[in-house]
Design a protein around this ligand. Structure first.
Ligand code: APR
Ligand code: PHB
Length: 393
């Protein structure tokens, strides 16, 4: 068996694990990252794509923002569409200049992997059978790589292994309180080779259900439509998808999304989930391993970034000054932001989807809410400040 030592053992090379690794590197703290999938899979996996102002600022500050600055698409607001009309919410004007940036999560991951490799610090892909042990006292991570058994002894473990990882499930259920809400619908998402026909995102509530217009580049559009959680993708040939997107997103003045070849399609489930506390002994959970939000508020990646920023501050204070207070307040500090984002994501989701079984009353109430949200400055400001996101603190 091969034995390795490090200060922080990081499980998972998604945005949370990779960003934490780099934040620790900048503090002079050693880490080893282990990831059970291959590098190409991690880079190519299409996920969300909206970065809050604070996430963009952080990536730039740590030197991971070069391509983001060049290729990221800065948006000063979004459109909300209902009853055939598009209404703009101007984030910059309502929040004193904050904006969002559209840049695929897989691009963030690609940039962070390149930075990690440039530091020369270890990042193991395609490891098997990852286990963690003794995280109350002397933490260890064990795994196999190419048939060899490897054990890492570390001071702390960061569980950045997403919603289906092993870190959260290694904590006995009595030590965790979990909160969950399942939504009775999913999203059918496509990536299409079509130039985006709107400069900004369009969130739409239509009689036939929710639809979202987004983008990845000047030549690639990303679109979603509400479907059943167990929708059969084979029942959705390209024409049906485009007709449904057009019906749900088009405005009375003739706008509709540009069509093009579909490059990728998939179904995403919708779930809200929180595990508390986000720490057990010397194991700290961060990102999707601790909490899942439905994608409507575009918060998942941003919450992961805020968690690991908070954790890196706490670990730095511990290594530098022997201070434990920030490690002790890590969970509570993250959970405040997490629940605020949960509330916002739930609210956006409920306002913009048609739940099966909900009647005409609910639909009319949703339209009234949208009318209010797009006309009252107070309501627009609330949406704008939550969507553009709050500073890291
Ligand atoms: N061992 C090692 N790695 C693992 C294991 C395991 N047992 N289980 C999962 N992983 C890896 C996954 O393959 C993935 O690369 O952990 C990583 C977790 O990354 P993400 O799922 O991207 O989660 P996170 O880094 O917290 O980022 C949150 O991802 O799902 C989106 O919308 C979400 O944008 C949010 C972001
Ligand atoms: C995306 O571009 O993938 C996207 C944008 C906004 C969301 C969710 C996903 O709310």
């Amino acid at each position: 068996m091969k034995r390795l030592d490090t200060q922080v053992g990081i499980v998972g090379a998604g945005p949370a694990g990779l960003l934490l690794g780099h934040l620790l590197h900048l503090e002079g703290i050693d880490s080893i990252i282990v990831e059970d999938r291959g590098r190409d899979h991690v880079i190519e996996r299409v996920r969300a794509g909206v970065l809050e102002q604070a996430t963009v600022d952080l990536l730039i500050e740590i030197g991971a923002g070069e391509r983001l600055r060049r290729e990221g698409m800065r948006h000063g607001g979004i459109y909300i569409c209902f009853s055939g009309r598009h209404h703009r919410i101007d984030f910059e004007e309502l929040t004193g200049g904050r904006s969002i940036t559209v840049y695929g999560q897989n691009e963030v991951v690609k940039d962070l992997i390149a930075i990690r490799c440039a530091t020369g610090r270890p990042l193991y892909f395609e490891v098997e059978d990852v286990r963690i042990a003794d995280f109350e006292s002397a933490p260890r991570i064990a795994f196999r790589k190419g048939g060899e058994e490897i054990a890492i002894a570390c001071d702390f473990i960061a569980g950045c292994d997403g919603g289906h990882g092993i870190c959260r499930s290694s904590i006995t259920t009595q030590r965790l309180q979990t909160y969950e809400k399942l939504y009775p619908f999913g999203w059918l998402g496509i990536l299409a080779a079509a130039p985006p026909g709107s400069r900004e995102l369009v969130y739409s509530l239509h009689e036939r259900g929710f639809a979202l217009f987004s983008m990845r580049s000047p030549s690639v559009t990303r679109l979603y439509l509400q479907c059943a959680p167990d929708e059969d993708l084979t029942a959705w040939p390209a024409d049906r998808i485009w007709d449904e997107l057009t019906a749900r997103l088009a405005s009375d003045d003739g706008w509709c999304p540009n069509r093009g070849p579909i490059l990728q399609k998939g179904i995403t489930g919708m779930r809200s989930f929180v595990a508390e506390p986000m720490r057990c002994g010397r194991l700290f959970l961060a990102g999707d391993s601790a909490h899942i939000v439905p994608p409507t508020g575009a918060k998942g990646l941003n919450l992961a970034a805020a968690d690991v920023w908070t954790l890196s501050r706490a670990l730095a204070a511990w290594y530098r000054d022997g201070r434990e207070d920030l490690l002790n307040s890590y969970s509570a500090q993250c959970l405040r932001r997490v629940w605020r984002a949960q509330r916002f994501s739930w609210w956006m989701t409920s306002m913009l989807h048609r739940a099966p079984g909900a009647g005409d009353f609910d639909y009319r109430r949703q339209l009234a809410e949208l009318e209010y949200v797009t006309s009252s400055r107070a309501a627009m400001t609330s949406l704008a400040e939550n969507y553009a996101g709050f500073p890291l603190q």
